[in-house]
Every structure is written in C-alpha cells, then in structure tokens.
Write a protein that binds this ligand. Sequence first.
Ligand code: KG4
Ligand code: ZN
Length: 334
Amino acid sequence: MKDINILAIESSCDETSMAIVKNGREVVQLTVLTQMDVHAEFGGVVPEIASRMHAENITMVLEETLTKANMKMEDIDAVAVTYAPGLLGSLLVGVEFAKTLSYVYKKPLIAVNHIAGHIYANNLEKPMSFPLLALVVSGGHTDLIKMNGDYEFEHIGGTLDDAIGECYDKVARVIGLGYPGGPKVEKAALEGEHTYDLPIPMNDDSFNMSFSGLKSSIINLVHNEKQRGNEIRNNDLARSFQDIAVDQLARKTELAIKKYNIKNVIIAGGVSANKYLRSEIQKVADKYDADLCVPRMAYCTDNAAMIGAAAYPLYLKGEFADLSLNASSSDEVY
Ligand code: KG4
Ligand code: ZN
C-alpha cells in the first residue's frame, strides 16, 4: 500500500505546531513554535496575543516543516487540523489555514479533536491495543475514557470541576513559581516533604474527581499563613499538593481498571509529562497486570504530531471535512 503522508496543524492554545506524519505512526517532521515566554510575562495565556502570534507565524512554520522534511505540498496526501476544543481565536487561525491549503492544493481535509490527538500520541510509541483505558490529564481536561476500538470513546468518569493541569498552574501561581506551573510544581515537589494537611477529594467508589476544593484549600492556606506573617515552605506545599492530586488520579484509575478488567492503560495530555504521575499509574497497572503506555515527553504537551496520528484512522475511514468546517471551543471527543 502507498505511504500516506498527513500534514497536521495544531494551534489550539499557545503552540503553533505542524507535523508530517507517515501512515499515522511515523513522525517525518515536527515543528513546534511555542509562545510560552511571551505569555509567562502575564502569568498565563492571553487569548488575544495567542491568536495574533499564530497568524503571524503559521506560514513560517509550514515553510520550515516542508523544508526540513524535504517535501512539497504535492507530496502530502491530506491536511489535518485541530478544530476543537481550545481557545476559539487560536483554533480559527489553524482551521482557516488548513482550509486554504486543502482548497488550493486539492487535498482532503481532516478535522481532529485535540483530546483525540493527545490519546493517539500513544500510537506514535506503539500500536494501541483495545479495549483500553485512557487517563486524560491536561490543562482543560481530566477524564477516564474507555476505548473499544479506533474512535470509540466512552466517557466513564472525570473531574466535576477544575482540570488537574489548571490546578497545577494555580498552585504554582499562588506560591510564586510562575507560568507554566506544572513542571515547576513537579520540580519543587521533588525537594519537599508531605507536611501540609490538605483535604482528600472524592474518597468514594465513583469515577468522579474534583480538584477545586484542593485548589481553594491551598489558596486559603497561603493567604492565612501570609496574614500571620509565616513563611510558606514552597517545596513542602508543592509535594503535599502533588501527592494528594496524583493519589486521586491513581485511585480512580484503579477503580476503572478493576471494574472493566482493563489490560491496556494509556496516559494522555500535558500532565502526562509528570514523572511522579507516570510512576504512580505504573504501580497501579502492574498490580493488575496491565500494560501502561505513555507518550515520550515531546509528544505529551501540545504538538501537531499527535494530530497527524489521530487523523490517520479518519483518513482510512474516508471521514473528511469540507470547507464549511468551523472551530469550536468546547466540542468533546466522547
Ligand atoms: O495538554 P496541554 O499541553 O494543553 C492542554 O491541552 O491543556 O497541557 C498543559 C497543562 C498545563 O496545565 C501544564 O501546567 C501541565 O499540562 N503540565 C504539567 C507538566 N507539564 C505540563 N503538569 C504537571 N507536571 C508536569 N511535568
Ligand atoms: Zn493539549
């Protein structure tokens, strides 16, 4: 069978990224232009700045991607793009750019959900085996999703309020570690001890999770200690938070593995870069003789290679979008 090269575009948040992915599994080229330094000055992503920067840079990212791959648009079989969920203005830049490429070069257009992208990043490591349990942990999502086959997503549980990544970012902000918070809290936690007493969320048998109570208790704790003139032990607080947050993810993952007799587990989304989370989920998987797959670091956070991987099953099924494709800030994968 002829090789299928998909040009994939990701611009849902603050990374302008393009990739060429061969047959859904081989990354021929990946370009990621991050705006992180610009947003760090503001302590978080500023949507207006993000979309402007995508518009300024997207043509250059295409040029670099094709040049480094030593390919032309004529060598591309389809154009894939993240159409949801994410920041609307940012998504629109990628979607309009993809539609233009599709129209001008007469290539089929594939609309990819960002969370499907995070999940299919695992296919870049080894072919996913079904049924599987996906623990989705990103800045906007915390979900347990069961998959019985390609694109068969069954939502079995998840957060009722904040996402885990958002919580990491907030904790980083209140203890003054800056943006992006996740990796900074992880590093601080490595140096700390679990000495702060924080509430344990959702200690029940459901697949529900919650992070807002944990987040509020940390905000209140920092506020109260400051008012009393006490120093915050940042490393200890980061460690105490991370222990409780990851424990909740591990407990709920274990319940799902048990109930559905799962033998294949994957972790997906930006927070899957967290080494403590990886090791705790590995322990749970080992306990049930399940196989755990996690994307390599470069494919954990937002990137277009994962979009190319997720686009391939849609290409094979002939599920193409037309030029009426629109971006959506909130469409879910399940
Ligand atoms: O998937 P992602 O890149 O963007 C979304 O789709 O939301 O995830 C970004 C989130 C941020 O909240 C970031 O702080 C978090 O992932 N993150 C981490 C780590 N690396 C990124 N959280 C904890 N530990 C990390 N090492
Ligand atoms: Zn993401």
